[in-house]
Design a protein around this ligand. Structure first.
Ligand SMILES: [Zn+2]
Length: 305
């Protein structure tokens, strides 16, 4: 399977969270609405952080200083904890929101605390929105627990996990259940990801060939990625898909396939592009909506690649 160089990707990627939903969520269409597991309950509001003492960490070679245990009084309602302030030779102040929704500050050496506090107050809106967004993203992408009864999805169908000590592979699909040896529970996620990846390696090239023939488009090489932020991409070398899509219904996989194949002909998202997609998938809007609404739930497994 040909791998496509990442740097060569054009800007024809299908973003995970592109724009706000166009249509309010009404009763979901039966075709594209497999019973995805309900989202886990929202996390409890964070406990008020204990007031940590001002910590000064040893700075390697004296070029970087890290301080922790800092809270900024943003406004009347919000006291914002900063996970870390890192002083270095940089020239400007910068704020970073990590994937696990923590706020980091990067500052030039000798920036005063007052200057950092003022900067944060000026950026309060951005910071709070960013933390909320990242927290929500984490909530949706919480890793599932490998235990009996946990429901996974394969091609949009729910597949519960059950223990099985029988012969054969440590993880296998039996009719509509994943059978996992109980002693492999600890690496069950890795086994499951590899299983998904193998299925994707078989299925995706088949769907690409099917639609490429209909559309009379040369797909180029076909590659899989572990991308968390895009479903597919297209480059001069070929098309690339996130293996995670194998959890989605076939209609959704086909939409991403047709989308990327269409990009082999039209590089942008112009009306000509959508007309091309529509000529092969008249209901592409419903399929795209599925991805927007439910796609995040496909990202809960760690990447095996
Ligand atoms: Zn696109």
């Amino acid at each position: 399977m040909k791998r496509v160089a990442k740097e060569k990707d054009r800007t024809t990627n299908l973003p995970l969270f592109p724009e706000p939903l166009e249509v309010p969520i009404s009763t979901p269409s039966p075709v594209f609405s497999p019973p995805f597991p309900p989202l886990p309950p929202p996390p409890l509001p964070p406990l008020p952080l204990p007031k940590l003492p001002w910590v000064r960490q040893p700075s390697p070679k004296g070029r970087v200083q890290v301080k922790q245990g800092w809270t900024v009084h943003l406004n009347k309602k919000v006291d914002l904890p900063i996970a870390e302030v890192r002083y270095s030779k940089r020239r400007t102040l910068a704020l970073v929101i990590t994937r696990d929704a923590r706020l980091l500050v990067r500052a030039p050496m000798r920036t005063t605390r007052a200057a950092i506090d003022a900067f944060l107050r000026a950026k309060a809106h951005w910071v709070l929105a960013g933390l909320a967004q990242m927290g929500e993203r984490n909530r949706r992408a919480q890793a599932p627990v490998m235990r009996e009864g946990t429901v996974f999805f394969f091609l949009g169908k729910p597949v519960p996990l059950v223990w099985s000590s029988g012969p054969g592979l440590p993880l296998r699909l039996d009719e509509s259940r994943f059978l996992l040896r109980p002693e492999r529970a600890s690496d069950g996620q890795a086994l499951l990801q590899r299983w998904y990846l193998n299925q994707a390696k078989t299925l995706f090239p088949m769907r690409v060939q099917l639609y490429a023939a209909q559309m009379r488009i040369d797909p180029g090489g076909i590659a899989l990625s572990k991308a968390r932020t895009r479903w597919g991409s297209c480059s001069r070398q070929g098309v690339r898909f996130s293996w995670r899509l194998i959890q989605a219904p076939l209609e959704i996989i086909d939409y991403v396939v047709v989308h990327e194949l269409a990009h082999r002909q039209v590089a942008n998202h112009s009306s000509r592009f959508w007309a091309l997609v529509a000529s092969f998938l008249p209901d592409w809007r419903a399929r795209r909506r599925w991805l927007k609404e439910k796609g995040a739930s496909l990202f809960s497994l760690e990447a095996p690649l």
